[in-house]
Write a protein that binds this ligand. Sequence first.
Ligand code: PMT
Length: 399
Amino acid sequence: MSVRGLAGRNIVLGVSGSIAAYKAADVASRLVQAGATVDTVMTPSAIRFVAPLTFQSLTHRPVVTDLFDPRSELSIDHVALARRADAVLIAPATADLLSRMAHGLADDPVTATVLATAAPVIVCPAMESHMYRHPATQENLERLVQRGVRVVEPAAGRLASGQHGIGRLADPGLIIGTVRQVLGRNGDLSGRRVVVTAGGTREAIDPVRYITNRSSGKMGHALAEAARDRGAAVVLVTAAPVGPETAAGIDVRPVSSALEMMAEVQAAVERADALIMAAAVADYRPAAFSSHKVKKTQDQWELRMVRNPDILASVRTTAVKVGFAAETQDLRENALAKLKAKGLHMIVANDVTAPGSGFESDTNQVTIIDRSGRVEELPSLPKMDVAHEILDRLVTLLP
Ligand code: PMT
């Protein structure tokens, strides 16, 4: 059974006393919506910023605020949550909490859980810029990193003090994506390098116009996330905008045109175990790029187009190659012809005329065909599930 994100995972969410504590409620909510069981533990100062009831309501679990509260599980067994955790996430982590963690203190429910757990620990610092940059804080962070703690760096921007600088709690999507990556680090793609392409390339006509297609990047981004969640080191070459949850732990290479995508793919596949091309690459580009905006002086405008190179067919690599085939007719025949012509190990045939399938939708209905001629028709599934189905088959093809 492959690792699939957060579903069924036990996450201990440690909250310390920063104004960013209110943002931890959003993190808790997203973890729960993704299927995780979330136990919240709070420091005494955290409960001055946000009521424990907020977390209790979002997670449907009791919140621990006091190691000696007779109603708390921790008063009977102070390491119960630490033992059960698949990951301990500290968001926000104040300078004070980082210091106490670095020195191995265990005098509140958060530090006691961190000290007692064998699960991976992820900290998300949030504090005023000077506190964050202070050598004491940086030394504490360095010490924690050396012990294997994963740090989600704070963002720069407006701080509660009114100043601008580094210290804002990282984007909740980035936090969740990092938790997913950490949970999947020993998955069945651990140690593998996977290159994924996504989105529809843009072929520029002039500085304000381009030709593109309807690809949103959802299918390719789901593949990149799923591969990351199963332990792979992922390079995502994409022509679509990337959200923070997708980007977490992924080497994102934004591109625009087919030629740019080709150059990035060629550079990335040299050390890759697999290349999965879900991108809708434009087959043609304008023969010439006008450096000035083309004026509407004529009634008609004929645009000459030239062929783009076929990236999948021409890329030099020993990686396992997986292609997609977006088809509107003769699905299997056309997909099989592409598998042979492009020297692929597997092709994912996509009937882009079926409702809820193909471009832009959140679901996809595909038929997977491999080199041996095996054909598997899958039902309509969320794109993340389709991604895992593809990866389930890819792992069997890796040497
Ligand atoms: O992005 P979404 O909105 O989620 O939509 C997903 C999708 C429909 C784009 C995706 O599921 C899909 O089918 N992607 C392939 C689209 C496509 O361009 O198919 P094709 O049959 O034209 O190309 C066949 C394969 O060759 C593809 O893997 C393509 O990436 C690759 N190709 C195509 C042209 C080219 N010049 N170079 C290539 O490498």
